[in-house]
Design a protein around this ligand. Structure first.
Ligand code: SF4
Ligand code: SF4
Length: 92
């Protein structure tokens, strides 16, 4: 599952640098998690780092993005590939 940030977020900026997948960014009003990038920290850490550091505990599981452990690992591998292999540039 990906995680999500609720409107209880106080924009403390603590979680964003902790994410190993760069899945957290500032949204319109509060921080947001990109579900395509969040692996629940699978592949990097035993526990979700953002949840560990959030002072107001506002990062629950995103019910719209329920995923198995296998699919989180697949997402992790895909993200690693994307990080290593730059996207092809279209020919002129
Ligand atoms: Fe990033 Fe991990 Fe939090 Fe997902 S659980 S947003 S990968 S720090
Ligand atoms: Fe918001 Fe929690 Fe992240 Fe702070 S750590 S910016 S309160 S989600």
């Amino acid at each position: 599952m990906a995680l999500m940030i609720t409107d209880e977020c106080i924009n403390c900026d603590v979680c964003e640098p902790e994410c190993p997948n760069q899945a957290i960014s500032m949204g319109k009003e509060i921080y947001e998690i990109n579900p395509a990038k969040c692996t629940e920290c699978v592949g990097h850490f035993d526990t979700p780092q953002c949840v560990q550091v959030c002072p107001v505990s506002c990062i629950p599981i995103n019910p719209a993005h329920v995923e198995s452990n296998e699919s989180l690992w697949a997402k992790y591998r895909l993200l690693q590939q994307q990080a290593v292999v730059p996207p092809a540039t279209p020919a002129d």
